[in-house]
Design a protein around this ligand. Structure first.
Ligand code: COA
Length: 200
C-alpha cells in the first residue's frame, strides 16, 4: 500500500526504526492520560506488531505518522477494527495518538482528514466511528473538525474495562460516507463553517 501524504505529514506502514520512539510515546503519561495505563516496552512492541498484522489482514490500519520535514516520527493516525463487541459493531474506527511535543498545530486533524478521504474514496467504506472518554476534549475536537457527529444515545460502557472504572464510559462519534460527500462539496465551494460544531 502506498503512503498517504498531506502538506506536513507522511502516513505510512511501520518500520523498525519506529520501535524506539513508539515505546517513548506509549510510556508518556500525558499522551496516555485517557488510556487505562502507560505501556511498557514489551506492550508497546506488541501493539506495533498487532498494528502491522491488522494491515496484513484488512488492507488498512493505524498508519505511522511522520513529519515530512525532517522525517520525525509522531505516532499514529489511521483506521482499525475494534477487537470487542458493542452495539455499534461491526464498524471501522478512526483513531490517533501523537507525541505531545507536536500537539496543538492541527497535525492530527490534517492527517485524519486524509485518512477519512482514504476510507471513503479508496476503501469505499460506508461509515466510520470514533470514541473516547467524555473528558478527552482534544480528541473530541478532532472528531468534530472531521465533521463527525455525537449522539448521546450511542454512548457506551467500554466492555474491556471493569465496572466502576472511571474510564469505562465512552462517547461515540459517527461519520457516514454520504455525510462526508456533502461536507466535501461544501468545503470545496466556500468557507468552512461546518467545523464549528460544539460538543454535545
Ligand atoms: C488527540 C490528539 C491526537 C490531538 O492532536 P493535535 O495534533 O493536537 O490535534 P489538532 O491540533 O488537530 O486539534 C486539537 C484541537 O483540540 C483543541 N484543544 C486542545 N486542548 C483542548 C482542551 N483542553 N479542551 C478543548 N479543546 C482543546 C485545540 O484547540 C484544537 O482545536 P481547534 O483547532 O479548534 O483550536 C493528541 O492530543 C493526542 O495524541 N492525545 C493523546 C492520545 C489520545 O487521546 N488519542 C485518542 C484516544 S481515543
Amino acid at each position: 500500500m502506498n503512503a498517504l501524504l498531506t502538506d506536513r505529514l507522511v502516513l505510512r506502514r511501520w518500520r523498525e526504526e519506529d520501535r524506539l520512539p513508539f515505546r517513548i510515546l506509549n510510556a508518556n503519561l500525558r499522551g496516555m492520560e485517557f488510556m487505562p495505563s502507560v505501556l511498557n516496552r514489551d506492550e508497546s512492541d506488541d501493539l506495533m506488531a498487532r498494528i502491522e498484522s491488522h494491515f496484513d489482514r484488512y488492507g488498512f490500519g493505524l498508519f505511522a505518522a511522520e513529519l515530512r520535514q525532517g522525517g520525525i516520527f509522531l505516532g499514529f493516525i489511521g483506521l482499525s477494527v475494534p477487537s470487542f463487541d458493542a452495539r455499534f459493531m461491526p464498524a471501522v474506527e478512526i483513531g490517533w495518538r501523537l507525541d505531545s511535543a507536536h500537539w496543538g498545530k492541527g497535525l492530527a486533524t490534517e492527517g485524519a482528514l486524509e485518512v477519512v478521504r482514504f476510507a471513503f474514496k479508496d476503501l469505499n467504506l460506508e461509515g466510520l466511528v470514533s470514541f473516547t472518554v467524555p473528558t478527552n476534549l482534544r480528541s473530541r475536537r478532532v472528531m468534530e473538525k472531521l465533521g463527525m457527529l455525537h449522539d448521546v444515545e450511542d454512548d457506551f460502557e467500554h466492555p474491556k474495562l471493569p465496572e466502576g472504572d472511571p474510564l469505562r464510559r465512552h462517547v461515540l462519534y459517527r461519520l457516514q460516507r454520504t455525510e462526508w460527500l456533502d461536507l466535501h462539496r461544501k468545503r470545496e465551494s466556500g468557507p468552512d463553517k461546518l467545523l464549528k460544531n460544539s460538543i454535545s
